[in-house]
Design a protein around this ligand. Structure first.
Ligand SMILES: [Ca+2]
Ligand SMILES: [Ca+2]
Length: 397
């Protein structure tokens, strides 16, 4: 019953959000100012022109919210635990291009950040008290040439992965530091090289434990094969510094990576290769596979994902189906950054994800996702079920 109540509430919200009032609020400033009284003098007209320029918004405001109903089954050793919850994700941002070669973006979001921007309703903050809304992104992108861009600040993930998968980096992640992307087109071949230096744990100590960083490089090639097919190959090298013997970066722990005595037992230097084949039509079909290996771990160092995507969610009435299967061995990837939903997040698990989405309009999307996973899959450990069902109502402007 709770579920249907939630669904009804969401539909009610949608009706309100898309009512006439909201479209009036978003009326362009210039249109509002064009309705100035006809009796204005020339001077008043000039002054109003200045006011018009002053208040013409030289930026784009954007935002989205997701209302999620979630059912979880988390097996504990020797017992079962299942529960449901409702969660909110709200994000509000602004983008500006003050000069043609410069973009600035700021965004605030609910949730703790990192791999999750979910605020579980009445969890932690209870009794209808307000939730925290934190800085999620703040970065500048300078494009001095059509083939090159430089990003600094707390930025969106600059790397591309086949099928848009989230095995290595959760889709909520933003990164702190600097990134450079160079792209060129030779005949039909699109080539993009991206490099970055990101900070994961700042240390003031220059003797013992110092900064934990991610130094990464990626080469992505994409080209059509015929009029009906296109392919992409993406090779990535992700070198993390100072992970071994480092304490947990966030209080929640090591997210499935090997640890003992409250420190990591392995370093992480990951080489990853992904391939993607797309059948181009009104309902495109994409097949993708990626294999990753941590060169610094002698054992349990491999991760892989295979997936199929059918359809796309761009226009009103679009639909899409996605299936992916992944296995992330204990020390293959840094569990702190991997997708937080599959097998409960982190490393040392495997999962199957099925997802169906439908665009009721370009601003309203319904997504149903089922995840069946196992965590603690390393030899000698007791594997535990991690299943969840998510019903998402997404709204954006
Ligand atoms: Ca996430
Ligand atoms: Ca430092």
């Amino acid at each position: 019953m709770k579920f249907f109540n939630a669904l009804f509430f969401c539909l009610l919200c949608v009706t309100t959000v898309f009512s006439k009032e909201s479209s009036e609020i978003r009326q362009p400033t210039s249109e509002i100012l064009d309705t100035a009284p006809l009796s204005q003098s020339k001077e008043e007209g000039a002054a109003s022109k200045i006011e018009e320029e002053k208040y013409k918004l030289p930026f784009l405001i954007f935002g989205d919210l997701r209302h999620r109903y979630e059912f979880l089954y988390n097996e504990q050793s020797g017992k079962e635990d299942h529960y449901n919850q409702m969660r909110l994700r709200a994000r509000l941002g602004a983008k500006a291009s003050p000069t043609p070669d410069l973009d600035l973006e700021f965004r605030f979001a609910t949730g703790p950040g990192g791999v999750s921007t979910n605020q579980t309703y009445e969890d932690g903050t209870k009794g209808s008290r307000n939730y925290e809304f934190k800085l999620d992104r703040a970065f500048a992108q300078w494009k001095p040439q059509p083939w090159g861009r430089l990003m600094v600040g707390r930025m969106t993930n600059p790397f591309l992965f086949v099928g848009g998968h989230d095995m290595i980096f959760d889709s909520d992640l933003n990164f702190d530091g600097i990134a450079v992307a160079l792209s060129e087109k030779w005949q039909d071949l699109d080539v993009t090289f991206t490099a970055s230096e990101f900070l994961l744990d700042e240390s003031k100590d220059n003797k013992g434990q110092s900064d934990m960083t991610l130094t990464a490089g990626q080469l992505a090639l994409r080209a059509p094969m015929s009029t009906d097919f296109s392919w992409a190959i993406v090779a990535s090298h992700l070198a993390y510094s100072q992970v071994k013997d480092h304490a947990a970066v966030v209080p929640d722990g090591f997210f499935g990576n090997s640890n003992a005595g409250s420190v990591y037992l392995s370093d992480f230097q990951i080489n990853s290769l992904g391939g993607e084949l797309t059948y181009l039509s009104t309902l495109p079909v994409t097949l993708f596979y990626e294999f990753s290996k941590n060169a610094k771990a002698s054992d349990l160092s491999r991760a892989s994902i295979f997936g199929v995507r059918w359809g796309q969610l761009k226009k009103s009435k679009d639909w899409a189906l996605t299936v992916d299967m992944r296995e992330v061995e204990k020390d293959s990837l840094l569990g702190l950054l991997t997708d937080g939903d599959s097998f409960g997040g982190g490393a040392n698990g495997r999962s199957l994800r099925l997802s169906a989405g439908y665009n009721y309009s370009k601003s309203m999307t319904l997504v149903l996702t089922g995840l069946q996973g196992k965590k603690s899959i390393a030899p000698g450990e007791d594997s535990l079920a991690r299943d969840r069902l998510q019903l998402d109502l997404n709204f954006k402007f």
